[in-house]
Design a protein around this ligand. Sequence first.
Ligand SMILES: C[S@@+](CC[C@H](N)C(=O)[O-])C[C@H]1O[C@@H](n2cnc3c(N)ncnc32)[C@H](O)[C@@H]1O
Length: 172
Amino acid sequence: MKNQRMNKIRQYYDGISKGYDELYGEEQLKKVKFIVEEFKEVLEQKKKILDAGAGTGILNSFLKNKDLISLDISPKMLEKNKNDKKIIGSITKMPFKNKEFDLVFCITVLQDLNENEIEKAIKEIKRTSKNAIISFLKKSSKKETIIKFLKKFAKIEKIVELEKDIVLFATL
Ligand SMILES: C[S@@+](CC[C@H](N)C(=O)[O-])C[C@H]1O[C@@H](n2cnc3c(N)ncnc32)[C@H](O)[C@@H]1O
């Protein structure tokens, strides 16, 4: 059952991978530009960064001087991603060592997960990194669940509201 759900998500994103940038690229780029500018000082101190649910790699061009690893469940989204360090995998069980990263980005990903998966994902982010920048859609029905687990497992340092999104910076 669990894997069936994950397979569906993978299939969905594999299916839209070709048109993703055309459909959502502009909106995601605007969001990512804002996030990178807003957290410029935080970013300056971070070297090894994970983009969890990286998709086509909209974040890449902003992190050229960093050691960036892109993880995604969808092989076809990752095919479009030009970062040279890419790993196919789920954010709920990541193939990384404890505290391997200085920072994890997780942009517009968690709302695809159910409650149990959101808890696992946030625990995995905490296990693998020291800090996180997490964004999700304001209108998402998972908003309360995401905030509940972030409060349980992390310290939310800053919350920024955009037109359609909420962005959180957390210490883990
Ligand atoms: C809306 S897209 C966002 C992609 C990228 N972060 C961006 O801002 O353009 C959501 C991405 O999360 C990935 N994703 C969904 N569930 C995932 C999971 N359990 N583990 C890893 N990636 C996942 C999808 O394959 C997709 O690439």
